[in-house]
Design a protein around this ligand. Structure first.
Ligand SMILES: NC(=O)c1ccc[n+]([C@@H]2O[C@H](COP(=O)([O-])OP(=O)(O)OC[C@H]3O[C@@H](n4cnc5c(N)ncnc54)[C@H](OP(=O)(O)O)[C@@H]3O)[C@@H](O)[C@H]2O)c1
Length: 350
């Protein structure tokens, strides 16, 4: 008999749901036993309901699993959620109220004051907010979230600088992959040979989530990081990997070698606890003049490492550089998996 913890995936047929299935296939602690999606997929074998988009095969135990209705009845107590925000706002509270640990990717509850928005290397202590949730008090259930996919790469690159030198101002311009829009996502006629300078609500998410993630836990609330963030978001014809051009003003003067050292030396709770999905190095500085590039660098650290490059002086702020992060791994399924591993290591998964 398996000694692994049984887990379910809400939104299992989508782009992020598929990544969950791929990343959980050989997971040492968790085993997928339940899948749910919309009415369209319900009661069908998973391999038939999902339009599988990944390069590895559908795990055989999952291929024949019947997709369940998205209700807590019959669901396991640990739920990875990859639902569209609108439906997540309705369903995630239902699962938490039914006593489930809901580890969510969606933006629906991320900014709610009692819901932790967590990156284990950056702000694992925010997990304590769980204790403020009414679901936790009534049924033991709770919701923990990970960030938006473009905020993820930005915050992993900023956290080492914020800790060592302080931050005064952050400006970021993104070039975001089409897989970030889900499946079927952006129509090919809209994106091929084109750049779309608008992603609904993305700039607001990047700005506010960065401040919450780098904020301080103060009893039952988070005091957001005080520096302003200005984001401009673009969709480009790249399959996977969000690239970001960042400029920062630091609170303390720093030499370029010190900044690179801050990135390469950065480690957090995920590494200290040796969580199974934690990359050895959460941030890696690439020295080649023309890197990082999504085609070559998106899979660094099995997609869990944020690549940074092109550090140079900025004539307006202090420094500018380029960031690349895998949007469906580090920015979605891998982020939630790492959060669940942190929850288990901290004794929150029973
Ligand atoms: N893609 C990324 O890079 C990324 C990164 C970070 C966060 N996220 C967030 O993760 C979530 C999922 O994104 P995605 O890219 O995987 O989207 P997606 O490919 O469109 O998948 C959406 C999933 O939600 C299910 N669903 C839709 N309506 C439902 C309903 N009424 N009841 C139950 N299930 C329903 C779909 O099931 P059917 O197949 O049956 O319709 C599908 O499994 C979103 O909140 C997104 O913002 C995405």
């Amino acid at each position: 008999m398996s000694t692994k913890l049984p887990v379910g995936i809400l939104g299992a047929t989508g782009v992020v749901g598929q990544r969950f299935i791929q990343m959980l296939e050989h997971h040492p602690w968790f085993e997928v036993v339940w899948l749910a999606a919309s009415d369209r997929s319900e009661a069908r074998p998973y391999a038939e309901a999902a339009r599988w988009r990944l390069k590895t095969a559908i795990p055989s135990n999952v291929a024949n699993m019947t997709v369940s209705a998205a209700t807590p009845e019959g669901a396991p107590k640990i739920i990875f959620a990859a639902l569209d925000a609108g439906i997540a706002r309705e369903l995630e509270p239902q699962f938490a109220a039914a006593g489930c640990a809901v580890v969510s990717n969606s933006s629906a509850l991320r900014m709610q004051s009692d819901v932790p928005l967590v990156i284990p290397e950056v702000n694992g202590d925010h997990i304590k907010l769980i204790e403020c949730q009414s679901w936790r008090r009534k049924s033991g259930g709770y919701v923990v979230t990970n960030s938006n996919c473009s905020a993820m790469g930005l915050v992993l690159a900023l956290a080492p600088l914020y800790r060592r030198f302080g931050l005064e101002t952050v400006m970021v311009v993104t070039m975001q992959a089409v897989s970030g829009a889900g499946y079927p996502g952006v129509a090919s006629l809209d994106i091929l040979g084109n750049v779309i300078p608008y992603i609904a609500k993305e700039e607001e998410k990047m700005e506010e989530e960065t401040q919450k993630l780098l904020g301080k836990l103060n009893g039952s609330s988070i005091i957001p990081a005080p520096f302003p963030v200005s984001a401009q978001c673009n969709r480009v014809a790249v399959e996977d990997g969000h690239t970001e051009s960042v400029a920062v003003r630091l609170s303390k003067k720093a030499a370029s070698e010190e900044i690179v050292e801050a990135w390469n030396d950065f480690r957090g709770e995920a590494q200290e606890l040796r969580l199974p999905s934690a990359p050895e190095q959460p941030v890696s500085y690439l020295t080649a003049a023309d890197r990082p590039q999504p085609r070559f660098d998106v899979d660094l650290g099995a997609g869990m490492t944020t690549a940074v490059g092109r550090l140079r002086k900025c004539n307006v702020l202090d420094w500018k550089f380029t960031v690349l992060s895998h949007n469906t791994i580090r920015g979605a399924a891998g982020a939630a998996l790492l959060n669940a591993e942190l929850l288990k290591a901290r004794g929150y998964l029973g």
